[in-house]
Design a protein around this ligand. Structure first.
Ligand code: FES
Length: 252
């Protein structure tokens, strides 16, 4: 929210600021990458094919539900989309990024927004952002499926092996794990409500967990972007191999 103060013009017309730097440069890559990912993910989720090859399964389709279409006629990805989508949409970092890039509300720090009233996330629909912690619990479940997929990618016809796809899936789940375990809600869960760790039940393990999560949390923005790119690239790689556009390279 833009306020009268250092670096902000007092007129409150949209875009007014005392900043002299190119503040608008920050929102352009965010809009471009999030927009491109949103379009690609939507197309792939509804495509409903080219999502597996050999031991590889696209992260957009994991866990794979009813691929034979016994009771679900559409793309299996649609059945599981809400979990990862909801987790990213309600993420505290992404909220800041897309409020600025797409709603220009505000466009940047110390730059005036278009309206004078600000209800933030206290009213519908943005009050729904507060369900983030529940998407976190769901995402930890998704991580288990994606780790299973990464381990399966080491087995070709029952024999141990490794292809480029194995490395792609392994890198992707590692980045997704870092993104999930650097979550602000998880940090709050570990120690956010405590004034005194040594007085609390399970105080020591909670303190250890809180310290680890806090260290990861400092790079949450980086993990958010890296895991977004990796999940898109992992799906793209498997799509290309599955459709025959290019061949998986076996390393052993
Ligand atoms: S705050 Fe970003 S995933 Fe929880």
């Amino acid at each position: 929210m833009a306020e009268i103060g250092a670096g902000t013009a007092s007129g409150h017309r949209f875009g007014e600021t005392l900043r002299r730097d190119a503040w608008w440069l920050e929102i352009l890559p965010v809009a471009a990458v999030l927009g491109a990912f949103g379009m690609y993910a939507t197309l792939r989720a509804f495509e409903g094919k080219f999502y597996e090859w050999g031991p590889y399964l696209s992260p957009f389709y994991s866990p794979l539900i009813d691929p034979q279409h016994h009771w679900w006629a559409f793309s299996p990805a649609v059945l599981i989309l809400a979990g990862p989508l909801g987790f990213r949409l309600t993420c505290y970092y992404y909220r800041k990024a897309y409020y600025r890039a797409f709603f220009l509300d505000p466009p940047a720090c110390a730059v005036s927004e278009s309206k004078r009233s600000y209800r933030g996330e206290t009213a519908f629909p943005f009050i729904l952002q507060n369900v983030h912690r529940y998407f976190l619990y769901l995402s930890i479940l998704y991580l288990a499926f994606l780790w299973r997929d990464a381990i399966r990618a080491f087995f070709f016809d029952g024999k141990l092996g490794m292809g480029v796809g194995t490395l792609v899936l392994l890198a992707n789940i590692s980045l997704l794990t870092l993104y999930t375990f650097s979550c602000h809600s998880l940090r709050h869960l570990a120690g956010g409500t405590l004034d005194c760790f040594s007085c609390a039940t399970f105080g020591r393990p909670r303190y250890t967990a809180w310290r680890w999560i806090s260290a990861l949390n400092e790079s949450h923005m980086l993990f958010a972007w890296m895991s977004l790119v990796s999940v898109g690239l992992a799906d793209f790689y498997i799509r290309q191999v599955s459709s025959g556009a290019f061949r998986d390279v076996r390393l052993f």
